[in-house]
Design a protein around this ligand. Structure first.
Ligand SMILES: [Zn+2]
Length: 303
């Protein structure tokens, strides 16, 4: 056990026992940051040229398959992955200086984005300590110390630090999963929901599933799209600040509205995925839906 990095393989390999696809390897050969690397990523120092041998593990059989793959590192850049050493050797020395410079530049850009993210996270934690530690939420809204936080609006209506942290962690995980989908050049995002709602319904709410995000973040579902009328019916939720993945849809219900609402949510966070609504039966299944299917394979809806 311990720290390792994940390398996403260029092509899928298959477990020789069960046939399940294997898409990544885990290595400890670099300074392990628990990072995920793809071909073209900067993985080590510019003077590092080597092949890294790694075993293929099957998640399904939960054991080593006996097969190995090789990752080629050229001047610190992950140049490619191959099924045998000869093929991997051929991947070395193929990067031009221009290409290397471009890759190192993009690595630096990523580094700066990570620094920004880290600073934002520290800032968030400082705010959290102040808001709950100094019990600012108990003070009058006109109190200058509290007013400063109102501009930030991060914890207003959230009752406990734990609740705030959970909301924060889930948000970060969803964003990371979306970044990964973007890095994998995913264009279409399949979503589905289980509720049976008539078009034109006035008060409604759907729990929207996106299998990749659910699996990646260990979520029961990804988004809740709800309209004000439905929210107002819930005494406890009235006037409470909703987490970021609860999205308001203010029209009567329609399938297109669900698609548009989620696309808009994504656009506002600079993601350009095309959202496609599929039937639950077409989906691999994740989160709560997977649980429900396990319990009662014939049952379609959550209610
Ligand atoms: Zn297997």
């Amino acid at each position: 056990m311990g720290l390792f990095d994940t390398i996403i393989l260029e092509k899928k390999y298959h477990c020789s026992t069960c046939g399940r696809g294997i898409e990544s390897i885990q290595v400890k050969d670099f300074y392990p940051y628990l990072n995920t690397y793809r071909v073209g990523d900067c993985i080590s120092e510019p003077d590092d040229i080597r092949l890294v041998k790694a075993g293929l593990y099957c998640d399904s059989c939960q054991k080593f398959t006996g097969q190995h793959v090789y990752a080629a590192v050229d001047h610190g850049i992950l140049a490619g992955t191959a099924g045998n050493m000869e093929e991997a050797k051929n991947l070395l020395g193929t990067l031009s200086i221009e290409k290397l410079l471009l890759l190192h530049r993009s690595a630096n850009k990523k580094h700066l984005a990570d620094v920004m993210k880290r600073n934002r996270n520290i800032n968030y934690l400082e705010n959290l300590c102040a808001w709950y530690g100094k019990e600012l939420y108990k003070r009058d809204k006109s109190d200058p110390d509290r007013r400063w936080f109102l501009w930030d609006f991060e914890f207003e209506g959230i009752d406990t630090p734990l609740e705030a942290l959970e909301a924060f962690v889930t948000r970060e995980q969803i964003i990371n999963a979306l970044d990964e989908l973007g890095e994998n050049n995913q264009v279409i995002l399949d979503i589905y929901y289980l509720e049976d709602i008539k078009e034109g319904e006035e008060a409604w709410s759907v729990d929207v599933y996106q299998d990749y995000i659910n699996n990646r973040c260990g979520l029961q579902w990804t988004w809740t799209v709800i309209n004000q009328k439905e929210l107002d019916l819930d005494e406890e939720e009235r006037g409470k600040r909703q987490p970021e993945w609860v999205i308001m849809g203010d029209k009567p219900f329609s399938k297109q509205m669900v698609i548009d609402t989620i696309e808009k949510w994504l656009r506002n966070r600079h993601y350009n995925f095309t959202v496609r609504l599929i039937e639950p039966e077409q989906a691999e299944g994740s989160g709560m839906y997977k649980e429900l299917k396990k319990r009662d394979p014939g049952k379609k809806h959550a209610q």
